[in-house]
Design a protein around this ligand. Structure first.
Ligand code: NAD
Length: 479
């Protein structure tokens, strides 16, 4: 029987088929961001642990790549089933460690289960092709799993963003050494437990926590690892790419963004506001595709600011475990400091704080904030706030709005609100981003690619592209 109480205090490493904790390993503290209290420890892997995990993944790959695709698919479907069965317990751990409101935590677990179901089926469609050749000869092109994977995932969606790596990697036949974030170890331990209980062999998935730089250097220096997948910040992405270059390892980087939102006067303003405000404050703004830079057509700018502020003011902020809460705390103590500095800089450069602009009293809270008329030279116009802050500027023409949207080196997500179909087509073409949402925020779904351009990284997660990123292509010619 699954015991949530036990799990709540029980982050574990999973190496070579056994759950590990203690045994003299160093530990790190885990905090509840709603209170700032220390709630548990996370065991930190030693060099010997990492070597054992690598050796297991090396063995596991041989076994897993040879398994029947129906067997892998059945295990992934079973994992999806266990995630749904244990969703309540996993969501409670996620909220306790990460801070997001419980309804979002439940949705995160449900979305993760969907990924496993989708990739379980996609594994069966890893088709190659047969080339036209003279009678008696054959040339075929096949996809094969790339090899053991290092999966490095972040703390903002600790379950979902790990699932986005594990589901396609396992479906393709890869073994994985996963290092989820140390901030949220119990929910990811409970998640990996679902995979093990569903039948993923103990040498196919390895779960480690540790000092991030030590772990990633160790894993990326190993010839066992053939592919690295990282979600996180641009500087860390650059650093990992350099490490990956030494071993010529394939790498997928899903890095930061600074999503522009173009609001045209021909949009349905009330409906747009009802959509954008909850999206801005989802996960307290700690979302790589969070709508952040609102460029609003001059004639409706003031009405937009008023409507946004009214809705932001009405949001109930508090402990995510309380079902009445609509926005929880930030996930770690670094974030309120970073946001306060960006807001102070914007104010000093002439931005108007319409709502929010202050920290909470306990825990890692920061109020839902709207800064209006923010000058382009304010730091927040170029640095991802990764928090509950929206900024606005008025624009006069579509060309000006597109130029502003494309101004930054980031290119992850962008959004636009307009009822003009021709304009929608033009924007879809002109905006430099990996994902463009027009009158929609539904851009992270199992069957579509998700990933950035420019400094937001490269490679896709999700969709058939996400599956392909765990495959290599081979041509076999037979005369
Ligand atoms: P950070 O740059 O210190 O770390 C970002 C992530 O990378 C964390 O999960 C961290 O554990 C991990 N990390 C750090 N150094 C690493 C290393 N050497 N090897 C492997 N992993 C390493 O930033 P932070 O304060 O944790 O987060 C703030 C910034 O990170 C935000 O501004 C945002 O841009 C970015 N971020 C992006 C995403 C995303 O979904 N793309 C998620 C989380 C954080």
């Amino acid at each position: 029987m699954y015991d949530a109480k036990h799990e709540a205090d029980a982050a574990r490493l999973f190496i070579a088929g056994s759950w590990r904790v203690g045994e003299g390993r160093e530990v790190g503290p885990v905090f509840n961001p709603a209170t700032g209290d220390t709630i548990a420890d996370v065991p930190l892997a030693t060099a010997a642990d990492l070597d054992e995990a690598l050796a297991a993944a090396d063995r596991g790959f041989v076994r897993w790549r040879a398994s029947a695709v129906d067997e892998r698919a059945a295990i992934l479907h079973a994992a999806a089933g266990l995630l749904r069965e244990r969703a309540e317990a996993i969501a409670a751990l996620l909220t306790r460690e990460q801070g997001k409101v419980i309804a979002e935590a439940r949705a995160e677990v449900a979305g993760s289960a969907q990924l496993f179901d989708w990739y379980a089926e996609e594994a069966k469609r890893a088709y190659g092709r047969v080339l036209v050749r003279p009678a008696g000869q054959r040339s075929i092109v096949v996809k094969q799993p790339v090899g053991p994977v290092a999966a490095l995932s972040p703390w903002n969606f600790p379950v979902y963003l790990l699932a986005k790596k594990l589901a396609p990697a396992l479906a393709a036949g890869c073994s994985v050494v996963a290092k989820p974030p140390e901030e949220t170890p119990a929910c990811t331990t409970a998640f990996v437990r679902c995979l093990i209980d569903a039948g993923v062999p103990g040498d196919v998935i390895q779960l480690v926590f540790g000092v991030p730089d030590t772990v990633s250097r160790h894993l990326l220096a190993s010839p066992v690892i053939r592919k690295v997948s990282f979600t996180g910040s641009v500087p860390v992405g650059r650093h990992l790419m350099r490490l990956a270059a030494d071993g010529l390892k394939r790498i997928t980087l899903e890095l930061g963004g600074h999503a522009p939102v173009l609001i045209f006067a021909d949009c349905d303003l009330e409906r747009t506001l009802d959509m954008v405000v909850p999206q801005k404050f989802r996960n307290a703004g700690q979302v790589c595709v969070s709508p952040t830079r609102f460029y609003v057509e001059e004639s409706i700018h003031d009405a937009f600011v008023r409507g946004f502020a009214e809705r932001a003011r009405a949001l109930a902020v508090g402990d995510g475990a309380d079902p009445a809460t609509r926005m929880g705390p930030l996930a770690n103590r670094r974030r309120p400091d970073a946001i306060a500095a960006l807001v102070a800089d914007a104010e000093a450069k002439g931005a108007r704080t319409v709502v929010g602009g202050r920290r909470g009293e306990a825990g890692y809270f920061y109020a839902p904030t709207l800064l209006a008329d923010v000058p382009p030279e304010a730091e927040i116009m170029g640095t991802e706030p990764f928090g509950p802050v929206a900024v606005t500027r008025a624009f006069a023409t579509e060309n000006e709005a597109v130029a502003e949207a494309n101004r930054l080196p980031y290119g992850l997500a962008a959004f636009a609100f307009t009822e003009n179909g021709r304009r929608a087509n033009r924007l879809g073409d002109a905006i430099e981003a990996g994902m463009v949402g027009i009158n929609s925020f539904a851009i992270s779904v199992p069957d579509a690619p998700f990933g950035g351009v420019k400094d937001s990284g490269f490679g896709s997660e999700g969709g058939i592209e996400g599956f392909d990123s765990y495959c290599v292509t081979k041509a076999v010619h037979q005369a």
